[in-house]
Design a protein around this ligand. Structure first.
Ligand code: AMP
Ligand code: TRP
Length: 333
């Protein structure tokens, strides 16, 4: 049995991108052989300013959504990152293993910091070290992520290799990314070259997992497309990122291959296609947002689920990180 670890930031409202690129795969994974740990990464969230009350609220909101999507708190370990101290303990060790040059190459940091490199928090810079610690604290070897996170996983492997080399033991295993190809990246509805993101200033760039049927329909109607009709083959969409994105979404929510979707709509304009797409999205997302609201109605129960998850997580990560601390030369706690 291997262990699977993944995390999601409890900031903003989860989008269709989070759902198709991450959450949906997590639900499928928990039915496999491997033990799954899914973490609401509140420590990562505060690398940029978070209003404290909003962070608490959004952590519960994200927990409710994961449960509504089908994450089972019995089969999986579902918890909040700050509830397990092993993460920060190992992250500090990794801050001292990773090299400045490695972190300076991280494209996500460059994107997020932009021209503002002197003003952003130091946490944002060492964010990938904490992410490496999240995974290695569990000796997890499989990590489902969107393809934007692959560079961070390579870094996590580099850190593990250097730790193993420096302390002369094969302590941290290699990790392997799990990226689902077909729907790996959902793009913005306004710009098919940018990923759909919960931090995009325009709400019309994304479908939120809490959007009502009317809102979904109007966002899809207004989604950017081009004047040409839908083609017969996917290859013909190579230069049409917005069209390709909508076909990809349609395929993902209806469980079809993209080519199959074209088979149905080839030659048609975007009007009728968008109508069917909106319908398919409403059928898929409506019940999830309904269940999310139900979980949020019982906050004490929700908090209990996370606390229990954190205790199970601690039981795995605590001893692994204690051994890392011993290898480094710290006295026992
Ligand atoms: P984030 O929203 O950045 O906290 O990402 C949480 C998870 O969702 C990560 O595994 C991301 O790779 C994934 N993800 C975020 N946005 C998208 C997107 N537009 N398409 C596919 N996956 C995404
Ligand atoms: N950095 C990831 C993101 O922004 C979230 C994350 C934090 C994560 N720790 C992780 C993902 C560990 C996988 C494994 O999407």
């Amino acid at each position: 049995m291997a262990r699977i670890f993944s995390g999601i930031q409890p900031t903003g409202i989860a989008t269709l991108g989070n759902y198709l690129g991450a959450l949906r795969n997590w639900v499928a994974l928990q039915d496999g052989e491997d033990e799954c740990a899914f973490c609401l990464v509140d420590l990562h969230a505060i690398t940029v300013w978070q209003d404290p009350e909003a962070l608490r609220q959004q952590t519960r909101q994200m927990a409710a959504l994961l449960l509504a999507c089908g994450i089972s708190p019995e089969r999986s370990i579902l918890f909040h990152q700050s509830g397990v101290s092993a993460h920060t303990r190992l992250a500090w060790i990794f801050n001292c293993v990773a090299r400045m040059g490695w972190l300076k190459r991280m494209t996500q940091f460059k994107d997020k910091a932009g021209k503002n490199q002197e003003e952003v928090s130091t946490g944002l810079f060492v964010y990938p070290n904490l992410m490496a610690a999240d995974i290695h604290a569990y000796h997890a070897t499989k990590v489902p992520v969107g393809d934007d996170q692959l560079q961070h996983l390579e870094l996590a492997n580099d850190i593990a290799e250097k730790f193993n080399h420096d302390y002369g033991v094969p302590f941290f295993p290699r990790i392997e990314p799990l990226v689902l190809k077909e729907s790996a990246r959902v793009m913005s509805l306004r710009d098919g070259t940018k990923k759909m993101s919960k931090s995009d200033p325009s709400d019309f760039s994304r479908i939120n997992m809490t959007d009502s049927a009317d809102i979904i329909a109007s966002k899809i109607r207004k989604a950017k497309t081009d004047p040409a009709p839908l083609p017969e083959r996917m290859e013909e969409l190579a230069e049409r990122p917005e069209a390709r994105n909508l076909v990809g979404i349609f395929a993902a929510v209806t469980g079809q291959a993209q080519q199959q979707v074209l088979g149905q709509f080839a030659g048609s304009g975007f009007g009728p296609f968008k109508e069917k797409l909106a319908e398919a999205l409403v059928v898929h997302i409506g019940p999830i947002s309904q269940r999310t609201r139900e979980y949020l109605d019982d906050v004490p129960a929700l908090d209990r689920v996370l606390r229990d998850g954190a205790a199970r997580a601690e039981a795995i990560a605590g001893p692994i990180v204690a051994e890392a601390e011993r290898l480094v030369g710290f006295l026992p706690r």
